[in-house]
Design a protein around this ligand. Structure first.
Ligand code: SAM
Length: 359
């Protein structure tokens, strides 16, 4: 192995970069610890009020010695505040929405749960770096699917009705009047549940290619008492849809697809001539070199641990999480037969862009 020459390195720059890597390593550990804490309800229980390690262990049925070490790490990272005078720990109100409140738009419990899903396929992904291919959807455990649903639930809860639909008033009107809507790649069905509650006359169908996802959707929709109003179909939509629709939606689906163009062609073929296709996609730059900063780091990681990898596992396009920027949406939209591709005027958000595509 050749010797690496570091003699030209600027010592100050090396020190600074060491700090960056140390921050990232510590962040990785904090993510793992948070994932474990979230699984055992430690954040939620601490949101009920200050607690010593013994009290928190008691509240959650966990082992005090582990909880004590965990709380010390959480205090070191300033996730929680330690009171030396009585040994208690507090979750500040400003942190509770991020760590403990399932209904907060800032809640991170979903991504934390997804970490367990990623951990289960790390070896497969590492092997794929040498051998190509990937990990198919069936390789992931329930934590990935449940975590994903909890992650996107915040968007459906806070943005779908309050921000996204008002940006496409024609679609809203159609749904009020009983339009037929297909949510393609419906996942755990949380978007469909919101739509079914808001639009009692609309006829809603969810399609997904993953049996695990569809099972979650079936359970969630039944629990919401909507089983008679929302149909579910297990199907690869790149092979087409079984009916025609006035509105089709995909919420963060196309960049994951094995055959993104086939999927969009399938949607186009099933859409009425005056219909609308609403495509929510991840916000990213047309030139990957412009995707810099914390969010793209997370998105490219999510790509390697799920989006690109599940597509490549089936010999697919593997666009990846950041693989559907506006230029690509327009290119595939035109190839799929959509005459119009418009960016919907939703409130600026760091994650997503909503497009309305029309025949
Ligand atoms: C990132 S998940 C998003 C799920 C859901 N829309 C949400 O926002 O929570 C993408 C979903 O698209 C589904 N999917 C991908 N390609 C598909 C295809 N060709 N036909 C049907 N579903 C597909 C996947 O199985 C997965 O459930």
């Amino acid at each position: 192995m050749s010797q690496i020459d570091t003699t030209t390195a600027n010592a100050e720059a090396t020190e600074e970069f060491t700090g960056t890597v140390l921050d990232d390593v510590a962040g990785f550990i904090m993510t793992l610890l948070s994932a474990i804490g979230e699984r055992h309800g430690l954040f939620r229980a601490l949101a009920d009020g200050p607690a010593s390690s013994a009290e928190l262990a008691e509240r959650t049925g966990t082992d005090e010695r582990y909880v004590r070490e965990w709380l010390r790490a959480m205090a070191a990272a300033e996730y929680v505040v330690h009171d030396r005078s009585n040994g208690s720990y507090t979750l500040p109100a400003a942190h509770a929405g991020v760590l403990a409140d399932e209904n907060s738009p800032y809640f991170f419990g979903g991504p934390f749960q997804m970490v367990f899903g990623y951990l289960g396929i790390v070896e497969r992904v590492a092997a794929a770096f040498r051998e190509g291919g990937g990990a198919p959807q069936s390789a992931y455990g329930p934590d990935l699917w449940e975590g994903m649903a909890r992650f996107t639930n915040g968007w459906f809860e806070h943005l779908l009705l309050a921000d996204w639909l008002p940006a496409v008033p024609g679609v809203r009107r159609k749904l009020e009047q009983g339009a037929r809507l297909a949510d393609v790649g419906c996942g755990a069905g949380t978007g469909l549940i919101r739509l079914a509650r808001e639009f009692p006359h609309a006829r809603l169908t969810g399609y997904d290619v993953s049996p695990e996802q569809l099972e979650l959707a079936r359970t969630g929709i039944a629990q919401a008492g909507l089983a008679d109003r929302v149909e579910l179909r297990l199907a690869d939509v790149s092979q087409g849809l079984s009916e025609r629709y006035d509105v089709v939606t995909t919420f963060d689906v196309v960049h994951d697809a094995v055959d993104p163009l086939g999927l969009m062609r399938g949607i186009r073929a099933a859409l009425e001539d005056d219909g609308s296709y609403l495509m929510l996609e991840i916000k990213s730059a047309d030139d990957p070199a412009d995707n810099v900063g914390v969010l793209p780091q997370f998105l490219y990681g999510a790509s390697i641990f799920y989006c690109m990898t599940t597509s490549l596992a089936r010999g697919g396009a593997g666009l990846g999480t950041c693989g559907m920027p506006e230029a690509k949406v327009r290119e595939l939209g035109a190839q799929a037969g959509f005459d119009s591709v418009a960016v919907a005027p939703i409130t600026e958000n760091p994650f997503n862009v909503l497009y309305e595509l029309r025949p």
